[in-house]
Design a binder for this molecule. Sequence first.
Ligand code: ZN
Length: 607
Amino acid sequence: MIGAMQIQRLIAALVMVGLAGAGCRYNPGPSGSPDQARAFLTEANDTMLKLAVNAQQAGWVQNTYITPDTEAMAARANEAFMTAVTSFAKRAAQFDDVELAADERRQMTLLKNALTMAAPADPKEAAELTQLVASMEGMYGRGKFCQGGESDEDCLDVEEITGILATNRDPARLREVWEGWHSIAPPMKKSYARFVELSNKGAKELGFADTGAMWRSRYDMPAGEFSKELDRLWQQLQPLYLSLHTYVRARLHDRYGDQVPLDGPIPAHLLGNIWAQDWSNLYDMVAPRGAGTGVDLTPVLKARNITPVEMTRYGERFFTSLGFDPLPATFWERSLFVKPRDREVVCHASAWNINMVDDLRFKMCIDQTAEDFTVIHHELGHDFYAREYATQPPIFRDSANDGFHEAIGDTIAISVTPEYLVKVGLIPRAPDASGDIPLLLRTALERLAFLPFGLVVDSWRWQVFNGSVTPDNYNKAWWDLRERYQGVRPASARGEELFDPGAKYHIPANTPYARYFLSAVLQFQFHRALSKTAGCETPLHRCSIYGNAEAGKRLKTALAMGASRPWPDTLETLTGQREMDATAMADYYAPLKAWLDEQNKGQKAGW
Ligand SMILES: [Zn+2]
């Protein structure tokens, strides 16, 4: 559920800044008094709220009615917003030495850390930088694999290649389309290297060591500590990942023979996904023999013809069962639930709070599938979160850290257990314990298999931004990391004339990625804590917080804090812990790990 499928446009995103506007030439002047600082914060809050609402209105229309005009209007509104944020970020630094109340100081800090990309002060360089990112994103968006050259009518786009990797089992064909997709990236390499130079220059002007350090500064701890924090969390999960890797590798060996050696990394093109970040398409190949299949909701939704709106109502009722208010009537009037027949829309699921108060919406082309049932919960998590923190000052209308926003809806989705489905009348009875392993294996292929990839993307970028990886070894560094963390290897030799990182959307689009790793860890930590609050005594994977007011109250209190406090405070409110803790995920999958280790007996683990 992470990655390609749902990289959301963050709703209340004061930090949704993907592109800084053109260079701002603000005259710093003398450093201000506390009164000036307060006046500045009022101005920043008011202006950003107004411009964010403008940008969201334009963005909504553009997303639900794509035309050259709506695209131009949305781009203008976005640029106005981002230019303002850049200017406020630079101005905030003037008040560094002014003594302020804690919440005012925090607003200044968030303003300074709000940018994903800082434009250099030189307007020519700033324009070049914006232009570079727009063109790389365009190259990615238009990327196609054309076997017969550019004029080929049968060119494959990312959706089609995704489909082939998901279902085709012919290794030669898989390798061909895998290489084909990666061929979109080499033309971006030069642009990317220049983008790194310029965005680093902008970051340095704001006082950061480089762009990667600027990203890491958002986590209420020194930038260097954050990388160590990720390593610590990964150490807690690596044994579990290793068990899954060993098991899946053996099944792939059964299928493909020596193409998948039992003691080496797995060829990346055989894992059912372009980036080997989600292995759930392999489920049929690795399913336990003779065991049940667990619950599959897709045929149930289809047989009972549960409409997209009704599917969304199930999600809403989960939240109201916890004590949240129902969604406003405007949500149902204004949201987009199905793909319109008469116009182009962006089908990629996203959640919105247009006026940053209560104009909640979502936009999704819902199919009657179990997968979309889960995505609905994910998106509603964004909406309910946004409404809870809507009474905060605009700068605080965001999640505790970016991993939190992605984790809330997924936390609810973890509670969509077979017993819950029985309770709400979707299935007649829950499978007995023999259905647990299939169920856990199915989700592990998605959530657990994702984790190391979630680390690779930004580990690579941080090294690129700090200069320890240079254009001469971009590709080598990328594959070294992928082998080290994921235990995968490329389908074929990859030289530096290629640029494989560019074949992943978030690199050309310059979207930070660590949040998806954090979200995966946090959602299980939330689930464990809320299940405990709800008094659940069964193994964690059987707990559902549905209908539990105590758990709901705890969740609501934490969500209402928005970004007003350092995230450890919010985490403590929600879980009682001040540190992120991946042992919750390990606990959740403990029964699966025991089963995998049993299957893996006699096998060498690792590569
Ligand atoms: Zn999301």
